[in-house]
Design a binder for this molecule. Structure first.
Ligand code: NAD
Length: 433
């Protein structure tokens, strides 16, 4: 009786999201539903994970250099604030949508809880192609957007950071605009800032370093020696190139690298530093003389120990998963494995280290930046790297043992750990009123 009243009273789905099962929000909901059976009594709070706490859509009008007025749609979604302030990046892309930002915010809630940072989850975005703007127009868009979302962000409320097409300069403008509006220099309102404005040492390389740390720990558990391990990396940008350098320094062989321009292969191992220099000069790994050219699909069939997708979402499809010959996939990118491929890889006994832990190094050092800004006391890079290693190794050990105990994948294990922490916090806080 009570149940039917509850189902009558509670709206089954949010009126402002599409019902497409292929949407990122639908993927997130399916991931949450999968772990609710492990939540015991806490599952009665599941609804707090299935809807964002706060959704803000803003109009961002700016004057173009030509004098015309352009309007852009902007968002800031705070998916959960149960464990602390919102935390998550801001994306500038013409395809950004509210539903995508909602899913990205929700995955930040999971990531922050999976590695036990005292944050909820949030994300922002503007539907804009920044390549079409002048630098002055980009600054005006950023400042107006910051002012519009200023009613919900703040160092204790919600702390943005860089994401796709945003960087340290954009964070500096955001910090300056917020500070001007509140009348006090507030460095802790964003992370990923330039070092001169309260940014943290080690932040730029943190995500790649996190991929290396979690990869090292996973390989140890799988009894895959790091020394001489053959690794293939898709994406040689901030994350891929920094991870490659650390793996190479530890004795692994980077046998293949693929990016948007092409691929290169060398059985004995590519020189990661020389490759990075080639990319800096030519914009792509294509044409690198220290290896032979590699076709796009060949990359996914190589006889290697580890594959690291570090480029875009949705790259590891079912078809590619069928042909993959690696023992371990390190998800450096966000969402690189499609849900169907997860099942194929599990059936083939290929371990997938999920993005929520594998690429959490960036948000962990963002957390260090925020802590340093609050205390106005800055740490050495050695201290930062040591603390990053300790947090990530501990988080991986906890997720690994949870997955083993429940006989589930590491992705489901990470969701169990994260959702239990979030729902427990929600339960202890109780409901107001
Ligand atoms: P980046 O722009 O520096 O590099 C992206 C790389 O992907 C480039 O080498 C590019 O050539 C390659 N690429 C693009 N399209 C491709 C295609 N179709 N096929 C093959 N390669 C392609 O980006 P990044 O900061 O290194 O981010 C990479 C991934 O890691 C993204 O999924 C991002 O969301 C995720 N991530 C980044 C951070 C961070 O701190 N930078 C943190 C967490 C997650």
């Amino acid at each position: 009786m009570a149940e039917s009243r509850l189902s009558l009273l509670t709206s089954p789905a949010l009126s402002y999201v599409s019902s497409s099962p292929a949407s990122p929000w639908a993927t997130y909901l399916a991931q949450v539903d999968r772990v609710m059976p492990y939540m015991g009594d806490l599952a009665r709070w599941a609804g707090t994970l299935r809807r964002p706490k706060r959704v803000l859509t803003v109009d961002v009008p700016i004057q173009l250099d030509s004098g015309e007025i352009a309007h852009f749609e902007g968002y800031r979604v705070q998916h959960s604030l149960s464990r602390g302030p919102g935390k998550g990046g801001v994306r500038y892309h013409p395809d950004v949508s509210l539903e995508e930002v909602m899913a990205l915010a929700a995955w930040m809630t999971i990531k922050n809880a999976a590695v036990n940072l005292p944050y909820g989850g949030a994300k922002g975005g503007i539907r804009v192609d920044p390549a079409l703007l002048s630098i002055k127009e980009l600054e005006r868009v950023t400042r107006r957007y910051t002012s519009e979302i200023g009613i919900i962000i703040g160092p204790q409320q919600d702390i943005p950071a860089p994401d796709v097409n945003t960087n340290a300069q954009i964070m500096a403008w955001m910090m300056d605009t917020y500070s001007a509006n509140v009348g006090a220099t507030t460095t802790g309102v964003v992370t990923g800032k330039p070092i001169s404005l309260g940014g943290s040492l080690g932040r730029v390389k943190a995500t790649g370093r996190g991929v290396f740390i979690t990869g090292r720990e996973a390989m140890r558990r799988l009894k895959l020696p790091l020394e001489g391990a053959r690794i293939a990396i898709q994406g040689f940008g901030n994350v891929g190139a920094n991870a490659a350098e650390l793996f190479a320094m530890a004795g692994a062989r980077i046998v293949a690298v693929q990016d948007h321009g092409g691929g290169v292969f060398r059985a004995g191992g590519l020189d990661a530093r020389a490759l990075a220099a080639h990319v800096a000069e030519h914009g792509s790994v294509a044409g690198f003389e220290g290896g032979e050219a590699l076709e796009t699909e060949e990359f996914w069939t190589l006889d290697v120990d580890v594959v690291i997708p570090a480029a875009l979402e949705g790259q590891l499809t079912e078809a590619r998963a069928e042909r993959l010959r690696a023992r371990l996939v390190l998800e450096a990118a966000n969402g690189p494995t499609v849900p169907g491929a997860d099942d194929v890889l599990a059936a083939r006994n290929i371990t997938v280290l999920p993005d929520v832990i594998c690429n959490a190094g960036g948000v962990i050092v963002s957390y260090f930046e925020w802590v340093q800004d609050f205390s106005s006391f800055f740490w050495t890079e050695e201290e930062i790297n040591m603390r990053l290693d300790r947090i990530l190794s501990g988080a991986l050990a906890h997720i690994w043992s949870t997955a083993e105990r429940h006989k589930v994948s590491l992705r489901t294990g990470a969701f169990i750990v994260a959702c239990a922490r979030i729902l427990e916090a929600r339960n202890e806080r109780g409901l107001y009123p």
